[in-house]
Design a protein around this ligand. Structure first.
Ligand SMILES: Nc1ncnc2c1ncn2[C@@H]1O[C@H](COP(=O)(O)OP(=O)(O)OP(=O)(O)O)[C@@H](O)[C@H]1O
Ligand SMILES: [Mg+2]
Length: 319
């Protein structure tokens, strides 16, 4: 979709929903969650968050994220059962209600990142032993690891804390057996993700999975999978050359909107944020659509005859 078309629809965004009959509502950063007896309705909105707050609404983002997740759930369903029951609308999935395992399974195929908890930062500052794996000296930023590694964190409302598999078992979060199964599945779906991504010209660099247990105690892949919000993607065809020159890989970049806020206000302190410039929001939307098209290999089609909320309301009424 060209940027002019996106600009025409810059205000046609899904900000929030209200469907009391679907169950108890919880509001996530991106999704509205309706919890019923044995299932959950997850509605992906167009909210865009950064600095732990909403900074913009990005047209088509909810639809793109939901569709990318569905694509990957399908591509990995032979490895592990996932929570999807049905997808009654482009922005909506109905999923099996699971007991959420309070660990975020982070898998990394490359050493990168710039935040305090990223693998590259820790390595650069001298850490070599990560509990469940040890890295050798002389690894460079953005280098491919010999094999993907797991760097789990606790899933908490405040700040996620790195935790080793040994601690996970010792603290009674789960039994060794369940950890082993989760670790095995996480690495297998990551490897599948890398293989499929490569056929689309992308490197799946790292990602985060959530798992749950169903009513029979069976391990299920839940939440979202390999979306640009939960994963990092680089362009495959320019990676080697840029890496050898010490340049950063080409990547799906949404940093420019964050930077605008940092330059134009204090996003950590100001009560009210300025409105994000429409040109930047449209550009971000264009990038989300582009990565959807790259991953799925399909052109992004959107029904412009009604608003997203109208469409969702109609589709949910049918079920
Ligand atoms: N099948 C499922 N059963 C139970 N809970 C689920 C299931 N799938 C996803 N969830 C939960 O629903 C929420 C999804 O909402 P969203 O991702 O918008 O929240 P969030 O603000 O990002 O919170 P979090 O940081 O916990 O992911 C998450 O808390 C996730 O753990
Ligand atoms: Mg989430």
């Amino acid at each position: 979709m060209d940027i002019e078309k996106i600009k025409e629809h810059i205000d046609d965004v899904l900000v929030e929903t209200n469907f009391p009959t679907l169950g108890e509502k919880k509001i996530g950063k991106v999704r509205d969650i309706y919890i019923a007896e044995d299932h959950i309705t997850l509605i992906s909105t167009d909210r865009h968050t950064s600095f732990d707050r909403k900074i913009a609404e990005v047209p088509f983002k909810g639809e793109v994220l939901n569709q990318i997740s569905l694509f990957w759930f399908d591509k990995t369903k032979d490895i592990i059962q996932n929570h999807v029951i049905s997808a009654p609308d482009p922005n909506v999935v109905i999923v099996k209600k699971c007991k959420v395992i309070p660990i975020e399974m982070v898998v990394r195929g490359y050493i990168t990142g710039s935040t305090n908890t990223s693998l590259w930062t820790l390595y650069k500052d001298g850490q070599r032993d990560f509990g469940n794996f040890v890295l050798e000296d002389e690894i460079k930023k953005n280098q491919k690891l010999d094999a993907p590694v797991l760097t789990p964190t606790t899933k908490s409302d405040e700040h996620d804390r790195p935790i080793t598999p040994k601690e996970i078992v010792a603290e009674g979060i789960m039994a060794q057996e369940l950890w082993d199964e989760m670790a095995d599945k996480a690495l297998k779906i990551f490897t599948r993700g890398q293989e499929v991504a490569l056929t689309k010209g992308l490197i799946l660099v790292d990602t985060k999975y959530e798992f749950g247990l169903d009513e029979n105690g069976k391990l299920i892949l839940i939440d979202e999978i390999h979306t640009p919000d939960s994963s990092r993607y680089w362009k495959a065809n320019t990676y080697e050359e840029r890496f050898s020159k010490g340049e950063e890989p080409e990547y799906f970049d949404k940093e420019f909107l964050r930077l605008w806020f940092k330059e134009n206000c204090d996003p950590y302190k100001d009560k009210v944020l300025p409105k994000a410039p429409p040109e930047l929001v449209a550009e971000l939307s264009r990038r989300y659509i582009e990565i959807y098209e790259t991953i799925t290999g399909k052109p992004f089609k959107h029904d412009f005859s009604q608003t997203t909320l109208e469409r969702i309301t109609k589709n949910l009424a049918k079920i």
